[in-house]
Design a protein around this ligand. Structure first.
Ligand code: FE2
Length: 551
């Protein structure tokens, strides 16, 4: 008998604000495949209709559209463009009618789930908690037909009950995005850069810090009922998204900040304010409910420095789980998990599940792609070769197995180098990834040695948590100016080959996602080979092939 097949889609209606489209396929036996559209279209944060991803998901299980039993969407936009587009694609396979919602593709129906609710579903499902309080915060979403910028949920044995939503006009995500624009980066893409600028204001004067902090309290919403942007020039009703965003970017208070302070100070004050507000939200949610298992979801929680502060503040009193795919890509998986739960009453994923959810490539596929390039190809023992090359100070691409879902390279689509000298950070930033020289890198650390490198480490397999390093001066390529790092802590079973490589390098390696600045992470052998060609990376290891530029 054919297995039930669930397809989850994250896709905002075709508006200028579409971003992070992704698709997940889950079958009745809990096999999960997931891919973000950007990996295939090569457009960073691609918000277009994810037709490439849908096709790839179908190919995985040799399915056609007509074989899908359920389609679930995680944006809360039932009647808008996304529903229309999905209906358009799938209805030609329906037995009758043009309404996929009613007739489906034979068996069940399309389901349009609310946005923060689905952030809550994926965060809860990965957490392993039975009963938990989920705090979801992002730029904006739609639940119960209303725009919002976050929500708080109690989840008990899989049943999700919303207890509060935050209005759109106090959106932490949009505000931090506007500040990101004020710092000279791009909203919805450069927020991580703003976060890493913040500690660089360390040596600014105390009086400048006090002054900008007071300004930032006027810019950043505080959830005490103060509306960020009602200065009389623009009327906001929380539904005029376009005006809202334009206004946030042009806000006179931000322009004033730009005139008075450098961007390190702006980023520092914004980061401080964000941390204060989110800690306040956590405090009041815990006080109100008494629940001690907390799950954090929604794109705000990509801010690993803030996550570290939450961990430091509450880690000894509460059980905390940070969803590693907390942005909108993750809602493709959230949507299928919700649909699966509705059908079976069960959660098909395990706590700390692997994020190696994409495609792998055979030796034949790799050799076929490599033929198109003028590279030297040698069959080698990949683990020994990686240890040897990295140990010699080389920067290598490491392309193995199934691609990672989410924003991090976790040892299957990674660029690796030694962490022990500043020059490796400079080489990877300037000559390999071609990005700003101040941007930090992350280490991968084997679990057995995490105590040697980190203060108060806990198992953190996803690079979603920051930690203070014990001796940051010994590892300048992977520690930030404030002595913190954002590690992947790796157990042997997580990724046995990669584990052996890291172990062979004294338990710590610089690991950054396999892409050039502004590009999505590589997905196929061809993308990896193009990256080797277009950078000063020394070599590439794909499966057991060492691929090098010809002398
Ligand atoms: Fe979201």
């Amino acid at each position: 008998m054919d297995l039930l097949q669930f397809l989850g889609i994250s896709h905002l209606a075709p508006t200028p604000f579409g971003h992070d489209s992704a698709v997940a396929l889950l079958d009745e036996e809990s096999n999960l495949f997931a891919i973000s559209e950007e990996r295939l279209s090569r457009i960073k944060n691609d918000g277009g209709y994810p037709s490439n991803s849908i096709q790839l998901c179908l190919n995985q299980n040799n399915l056609r559209l007509g074989d899908i039993d359920n389609v679930a969407v995680g944006w809360g936009l039932e009647e808008k463009g996304v529903g229309h587009r999905i209906n358009e694609q799938f209805c030609c396979y329906a037995k009758d009618s043009t309404n996929f919602k009613r007739t489906s593709i034979g068996k069940k129906s399309t389901h349009f789930y609310d946005h923060q609710y689905i952030h809550a579903r994926i965060g809860y499902a990965l957490s392993g908690f039975k009963k938990a309080l989920v705090i979801s915060l992002d730029g904006g979403g739609i639940d119960n037909g209303e725009f919002n910028s976050g929500g708080i949920f109690i989840v008990d044995n899989g049943k999700i009950s919303p207890i509060k939503y935050f209005p759109l006009n106090v959106s932490l995500g949009h505000t931090y995005g506007a500040i990101t624009e004020a710092c000279g980066f791009t909203m919805n893409n450069g927020e991580g850069k703003t976060m890493t600028l913040a500690p660089m204001a360390e040596n600014e004067s105390k009086s400048d810090k006090e002054k900008i902090y007071q300004h930032m309290c006027n810019v950043f919403p505080d959830f005490n009922g103060t509306e960020l942007r009602s200065n009389g020039h623009v009327t906001l009703d929380g539904k005029i998204l376009h005006d809202f965003l334009l206004y946030s970017l042009l806000d006179t208070r931000l322009l004033l900040l730009k005139r008075l302070y450098n961007r390190n100070l702006i980023a520092w004050a914004a980061q401080k304010r964000l941390e204060e507000i989110v800690i306040k939200i956590v405090n009041s949610a815990v006080d109100a409910t008494g629940i001690k298992n907390l799950v954090f979801s929604g794109g705000i929680f990509l801010n690993v420095i803030m996550n570290m502060k939450i961990q430091q503040r509450f880690g000894d009193k509460l059980h905390l789980f940070f969803n590693p795919i907390c942005n909108d890509h993750g809602n493709a998986i959230g949507a299928v998990l919700e649909q699966y739960y509705q059908e079976t009453g069960k959660n098909p994923v395990s706590p700390n599940m692997s994020l190696y959810l994409g495609s792998s490539y055979s030796d034949e596929e790799i050799l076929l792609s490599a033929k198109r390039f003028n590279f030297k190809i040698t069959k080698v023992s990949k683990i020994d070769t990686a240890i040897d090359l990295i140990g010699q100070g080389k920067v290598i691409g490491w392309f193995q197995g199934r691609s990672e879902f989410g924003p991090r390279g976790l040892g299957n689509r990674s660029i690796l180098a030694l962490p022990t000298e500043q020059k490796y950070k400079d080489i990877v930033n300037e000559k390999v990834k071609k990005r700003e020289p101040w941007r930090p890198f992350c280490p991968t650390i084997i679990e057995e040695k995490s105590n040697e490198f980190l203060k108060n480490p806990s198992y953190a397999p996803y690079m979603i948590l920051g930690f203070e390093m014990k001796n940051p001066e010994l590892y300048p390529a992977v520690s930030h100016v404030d002595g913190t790092c954002r590690p992947q802590i790796l157990k042997k079973d997580d990724n046995p080959d990669f584990y052996q490589v890291v172990k062979g390098l004294d338990g710590i390696v610089l690991n950054t996602s396999f892409n050039l600045a502004g590009d999505p992470i590589v997905e196929t052998p061809h993308h990896a080979l193009m990256t080797l060609k277009n950078s000063e990376m020394d070599a590439l290891l794909m499966n057991d092939f060492l691929i090098e530029k010809c002398a």
